[in-house]
Design a protein around this ligand. Structure first.
Ligand code: 4NP
Length: 154
């Protein structure tokens, strides 16, 4: 099974989602059976590591994002992945607009799919420290629900 997380820049929310989910999969012994990646709808930060504030907040909770590099979503991702999870409505609309007719990937909003209190992971880029903590709180909750779905599908 292959899961792709998508946000705008691929330096804050989706790398967090990737790192947290990789961690959960490893702990569950499922890392060899599920491939995980992340990408951005924009190409502004392609090739760059995750935002320093994102990396530091993640590391404080035990998630090492240092190996991740940003990339832009491409049409081929709709054939390569089984599940594409967008962080906010704007990301979802952009993905829907580029989705090919014969796409195999299931496309959804990450938090809405798992019925969390919020539908969107708020963009922390222009805000303060607590925004990065909120991203982690929401993503940690959603990743537990995603892990349950993955277990059922494997
Ligand atoms: P992300 O956050 O989509 O969670 O990676 C952002 C990163 C960069 C920018 C906006 C949002 N930016 O405007 O460069």
């Amino acid at each position: 099974m292959k899961v792709l997380f998508v946000c705008l820049g691929n330096i804050c929310r989706s790398p967090t989602a990737e790192g947290v989910f990789r961690h959960k999969l490893r702990a569950a012994g499922l890392d060899s059976r599920v491939q995980v990646d992340s990408a951005g709808t924009a190409d502004w930060h392609s090739g760059k590591p995750a935002d320093a504030r994102t990396r530091q907040a993640a590391l404080r909770r035990g998630y090492d994002l240092s190996a991740l590099r940003a990339r832009q979503v491409e049409v081929e991702d709709f054939h390569r992945f089984d599940l594409i999870l967008a962080m906010d409505e704007s990301n979802l609309r952009n993905l829907q607009a580029m989705r090919p007719d014969d796409a195999s990937a299931d496309l959804d909003l990450y938090l809405r799919r798992y019925s969390l209190a919020l539908d969107e992971v708020p963009d922390p880029y222009y805000g303060g420290e607590d925004g990065f903590e909120q991203v982690l709180d929401l993503i940690e909750q959603a990743s537990e629900a995603l892990l349950s779905e993955v277990r059922k599908r494997l």
